[in-house]
Ligand binder design. Structure first.
Ligand code: KG4
Ligand code: ZN
Length: 339
């Protein structure tokens, strides 16, 4: 079965082709130059840019897979959560193709895609076994999810305000470093002392796994205002900021591992490209006897291959959401976890 995946929930226009669950091609058109001057994603510009690029991205994915649209057996498209205008573009393209070609269409939850992305690099019989814990950290999301069984997810906790990627980006903006800030801070931090400045770590109530980054952002902003750093001090500032953000993620993940007793942890989303986060999560896994799985960077960031993979079992089972599927920025995801 050949599945065409489409993703446009934020600022990446993406399309991918999967044959029987195996990745054949994946194309991502980034909008970093569009949003760079603003230091963050501007939703209206993002959706307009998707309109301009989406069809070319689909063509490129089909071209690299050396197939044309006639070969596609089903379409999987992100229906949420995400920026509503951006989601609508991917959904409209998906519906247009499904209508014209008469093939089934399924809407996919974006976070299910992130949780399953690691399986794109693993043979079908070596998919990450359930139950597993998923830490999703990106510019739009920061949360801990328990994948109990295929299609059965529970949100254990998530950010109450900003996403951790946004914290990286905003701190970089305050320091005048450029956009997106995460990779720049990661690079600078390699030459810095993570203990140079003690930034506050937000700690929410024990036993809950919610996160919060907005207070941290304000604390860094105030520190920079009161202590404008000379260029040679920037690596220490970057390393200290990164250490604080990673500490908060490791803390919550560690408690969630204790509470659930699962033996596998998947870390995904753009921020999982961070070298320090990867190292600390590996240490945490080693200390607990937990297998830590981090997809390769191009599968961690937004892509359509993960969406196609998440939709594939449903399409293979003959399901279709039909052309009535709507964009939903606030989809429920599993049930609330308690106890
Ligand atoms: O998953 P993603 O590509 O897009 C969404 O936000 O959905 O994630 C982008 C985020 C940005 O905030 C970016 O600064 C951050 O991931 N990021 C990083 C690194 N690479 C990307 N943050 C920290 N360290 C990195 N190496
Ligand atoms: Zn994402």
């Amino acid at each position: 079965m050949i599945v065409l995946g489409l993703e446009s929930s934020c600022d990446d226009s993406a399309a991918a082709v999967l044959r029987d669950g195996r990745l054949v091609s994946s194309v991502v058109s980034s909008q970093d130059e569009v949003h760079g001057p603003y230091g963050g994603v501007v939703p209206e510009l993002a959706s307009r840019h998707h309109v301009r690029t989406m069809l070319a991205v689909v063509d490129a994915a089909l071209g690299r897979a050396e197939i044309d649209l006639d070969a596609v057996d089903g379409i999987a498209v992100t229906r949420g959560p995400g920026l509503i205008g951006s989601l609508l573009v991917g959904l409209s393209v998906a519906k247009g193709i499904a209508l014209r070609r008469g093939v089934p269409l399924v809407g996919v939850h974006h976070l299910e895609g992130h949780l399953l992305a690691a399986n794109l690099d693993r043979p079908a019989d070596a998919a990450v076994a359930h139950p597993f814990l998923g830490l999703i950290v990106s510019g739009g999301h920061s949360g801990l999810y328990l994948a109990r069984a295929p299609g059965d997810y529970a949100c254990l906790g998530k950010t109450r305000d900003d996403a951790v990627g946004e914290a990286f980006d905003k701190v970089a903006k305050v320091l005048g470093l450029g956009y997106p800030g995460g990779p720049i801070i990661d690079r600078l931090a390699r030459d810095g002392d993570p203990t140079a400045i003690r930034f506050p770590r937000a700690r929410l109530k024990r036993g809950r796994f919610d996160l919060s980054f907005s207070g941290f952002k304000t604390a860094v902003w105030q520190w920079v205002r009161d202590n404008p750093p000379a260029p040679e001090r920037l690596p220490d500032v970057a390393a200290s900021v990164q250490e604080a953000l990673v500490d908060m993620l490791v803390d919550a993940t560690s408690e969630a591992l204790d509470a659930t007793g699962v033996e596998r942890l998947v870390v995904s989303g753009g921020v999982s490209a961070n070298r320090r986060l990867r190292a600390r999560m590996t240490e945490l896994g080693d200390a607990r006897g937990v297998e830590v799985i981090v997809p390769r960077p191009t599968l961690c960031t937004d892509n359509a291959a993960m969406i196609a993979l998440a939709g594939w079992p449903r399409l293979a089972a003959g399901e279709s959401d039909g052309l009535g599927v709507e964009a939903d920025a606030a989809l429920p995801f599993g049930v609330a976890w308690s106890g």
